[in-house]
Structure formats: structure tokens, C-alpha cells
Design a protein around this ligand. Structure first.
Ligand code: NAD
Ligand code: UD1
Length: 332
């Protein structure tokens, strides 16, 4: 069985390629390298000891995608490719809608033309409206707060409609907060410029690339006043994709799943664990709340456990140690 991995040179895609190869799948990777580079593709080959075709193609190039579908007997797709920065999506919304929606629409047309019926889609907890009660369940009210979130919301709807019309099978995976790196230290998250997300900022601060972490808010209604999130190790997340392919191939229809640990972790807890596990200081100061942030949210992961047989295995300590190993070895 060959899996087409779009966005497979990216952070989550590259880790998923490793787990797909380990599970015995053949893979074909498509990425335009807009937010990644060949080091991740080479890293996947090094970790797995396996080779696979890689195409540097923009998914909006219909002819190039057509050639790839014609050349390979694709059984299932995992669609990671897309722009993902919330702030950037507010600044350049048209580019976000163009890229994320048109890549997905083009994929649906190619699937229909080439008779591919199975797709796993990278969605996000950002499709849940912020006023749902925690923990968030898959039936919670949907809605988005920014253009990035709306692209995920719309892509989910496009897939729901195509599944209904074509009799396909689609799995929509709503990730909570992916962090960490492969334990080999060979692949990991490598954000361009100043990181927006917490874990890469902590790692760069520990390394001395950033002077100080700002903790956005210490007056939330949470145990220590700082923001609470559901962090999931990227290797666990990757394994969740392998389990989702099994499910996708055995079912038809469209099903959404939360991929998270179900455990809420505060910013301070993450900082303290990072310092203790890696024996390195992370200087920080408290700063005002970040606009648009919620105090606390985390997943109800029970549907994924029940239907996919998926539960996270890795601890917060693993997330911190693996992030640091990659940071030490690869960046700055
Ligand atoms: P990433 O940016 O590391 O990976 C995405 C990859 O897609 C990149 O390598 C990029 O070059 C590629 N890409 C973008 N547009 C493309 C196009 N038109 N054609 C071909 N390639 C294209 O991001 P990631 O963190 O690995 O995220 C993967 C997916 O998961 C994204 O869809 C993202 O929205 C979603 N997601 C990520 C997070 C997170 O925190 N990382 C959380 C929820 C959902
Ligand atoms: C962000 C995205 C969300 C995406 C998620 C996954 C926004 C508004 N949301 O969510 O769409 O799905 O990433 O990775 O960007 N924090 C600090 N200091 C920092 C950075 C973050 O204190 O320098 C705090 C935040 O206030 C929050 C927590 O750390 O409480 C996690 O923040 P972050 O990593 O940015 O993720 P989210 O805001 O949950």
C-alpha cells in the first residue's frame, strides 16, 4: 500500500513518514518546501534506512499533481500541506485561503480522477469555538477565530461534502498542541524567525538564542494562573496517523477525532519540567495576556481511544528532553 504524504517535509509530516515506513507502508512525498527543507526528507531516510520518491511541487499545480497520481498507485493520502501561522493568516488572509483551500480542492479533483477514495486530513483544535466547555469533544460547536482556523473549518466541510458525494473515507484529525522531536535528534521543529509557539521559544531561550521567555498572563483561572494546554509528543501524533490509516481503509464516511493527551499542562509546569529534565535554566518574566488567548483548553481523547485504538504514550518529560536534544544538535 502506497501512501501519498502531502507536506511530508514539514514538522509533523516528516515524523509521520518515519512511522509509516516503520509500519511497512510505501510513501510518496510532495512538498513545495515553502516552510521546510530537504534536511527533513534526508533525515527521514536516515532514520528509516529506506528510500522513497520526493516531489518538490506546489499542490496547486494541477498538472504536476496529475503526473504524480498517474505514476504511483496511491491507496491513501495524508494531507498535511498548508500554511499554519495564525498571526500571518490575519496579515495575509487571501494567501492563506488560496493555499490551504486550493491545495485541498485540487487534491479532491485528483482523487476523483484517479479513483483514490481514502484521505486523512490535518485539522486542528482551532476549529472548535472558544466558548465550548472543556474538555473539548468532537461534537462541540465549530467555528473559527482567524483566517487560518477558517481554512481548516472549510477544508473539513469540503471533505465532508466530497465523501458524501463520492462514497470516500475521510478521517479529520484535530491536533491539540504538537511538541517535541524524534528521539534520534535528527528531525524536529525548526521554526523560521522568532517562534510564536511556546515550546520552540522555551528551547531557543534555554539555548541563549532568545534572552527571556515572556509568559503571557499569570492571572487566568487555572491552578497557577498561567495558560493551560494539551501538549502531544509529535511521535505519538505520528503514530495516531498510522492508526488513522488503518481506520480509514476499513470504513467509509467522514469521521473527526481529537488527537491530544487529555491532560492540561500550564506554561509554568512546562517551563519547570524543561529546566529540571534538561538541567538548563529558562529565564522568564510574566507579561500581559496575549490577545485572543484562552485560559485553558484540552482534548477529550476518548473517541480516538475507542475507535482508533490510540492513546498517547510519551510523557511531558519526553517532550522536553527530545525538544532539547534536537535544539542542541541542530539549531544555532
Ligand atoms: P509545517 O509547516 O512544518 O508543514 C507543512 C508543510 O506543507 C511544509 O513543509 C510546507 O512547505 C508544505 N506546504 C505548504 N503549502 C504547500 C503547497 N501548496 N504545496 C506543497 N506543499 C506545501 O507544519 P506542521 O506543523 O508540520 O503542520 C502540518 C499540518 O498540520 C498543517 O496543515 C497544519 O495546519 C496542521 N496543524 C499543525 C499544528 C501545529 O501546531 N504544528 C496544529 C494543528 C494543525
Ligand atoms: C496556537 C495557535 C493554534 C494552533 C496551536 C498549535 C494561536 C492563537 N493559536 O495555539 O491555532 O493550533 O498553536 O500549536 O496562535 N505562551 C507564552 N509565551 C510564549 C508563547 C506562548 O506564555 O512566548 C503561552 C500561551 O499564552 C499559551 C501557551 O503558551 O497559554 C501555548 O501557546 P502556543 O504554543 O502559542 O499555542 P496555542 O496558543 O495553544
Amino acid at each position: 500500500m502506497t501512501i501519498l504524504v502531502t507536506g511530508g517535509a514539514g514538522y509533523i509530516g516528516s515524523h509521520t513518514c518515519v512511522e509509516l515506513l516503520a509500519a511497512g507502508y510505501d510513501i510518496v512525498v510532495v512538498d513545495n518546501l515553502r516552510n521546510s527543507d530537504m534536511a527533513a526528507v534526508e533525515g527521514v531516510k536516515k532514520i528509516s534506512g529506506k528510500n522513497f520518491p520526493f516531489y518538490q511541487v506546489d499542490m496547486r499545480d494541477a498538472d504536476a499533481m496529475d503526473d504524480i497520481f498517474a505514476k504511483h498507485n496511491i491507496g491513501c493520502i495524508i494531507h498535511f500541506a498548508g500554511h499554519k501561522a495564525v498571526g500571518e493568516s490575519v496579515a495575509i488572509p487571501a494567501e492563506y485561503y488560496d493555499n490551504n483551500i486550493n491545495a485541498t480542492l485540487g487534491l479532491c479533483k485528483a482523487m476523483k480522477k484517479h479513483g483514490v477514495k481514502n484521505i486523512v486530513f490535518s485539522s486542528s483544535a482551532t476549529v472548535y469555538r472558544s466558548d465550548n466547555t472543556v474538555p473539548w469533544v468532537e461534537e462541540a460547536v465549530l467555528g473559527a477565530a482567524n483566517p487560518y482556523g477558517w481554512t481548516k473549518f472549510m477544508c473539513e466541510q469540503i471533505l465532508r461534502d466530497c465523501v458524501a458525494a463520492e462514497g470516500w473515507s475521510a478521517v479529520l484529525l484535530r491536533y491539540f498542541n504538537p511538541v517535541g522531536a524524534h528521539p534520534s535528534g535528527i528531525i524536529g521543529e525548526n521554526p523560521q524567525g522568532i517562534p510564536n509557539n511556546l515550546m520552540p521559544f522555551i528551547a531557543q531561550t534555554a539555548k541563549g538564542i532568545r534572552e527571556k521567555l515572556q509568559i503571557f498572563g499569570n492571572d487566568y483561572d487555572t491552578p497557577d494562573g498561567t495558560g493551560v494546554r494539551d501538549y502531544i509528543h509529535v511521535v505519538d501524533l505520528a503514530i495516531g496517523h498510522v492508526k488513522s490509516i488503518d481506520y480509514c481503509l476499513k470504513h467509509s464516511g467522514c469521521e473527526a477525532f481529537n488527537l491530544g493527551s487529555g491532560q492540561g499542562i500550564s506554561v509554568l509546569e512546562l517551563v519547570k519540567t524543561f529546566e529540571a529534565e534538561n538541567n538548563v535554566p529558562v529565564p522568564y518574566e510574566f507579561a500581559p495576556r496575549r490577545a485572543g488567548d484562552l485560559g485553558a483548553y484540552y482534548a477529550d481523547p476518548s473517541k480516538a481511544k475507542r475507535l482508533l485504538g490510540f492513546a498517547t504514550q510519551k510523557s511531558l518529560a519526553d517532550m522536553c528532553k527530545d525538544t532539547w536534544r534536537y535544539q542542541e544538535g541542530n539549531n544555532g
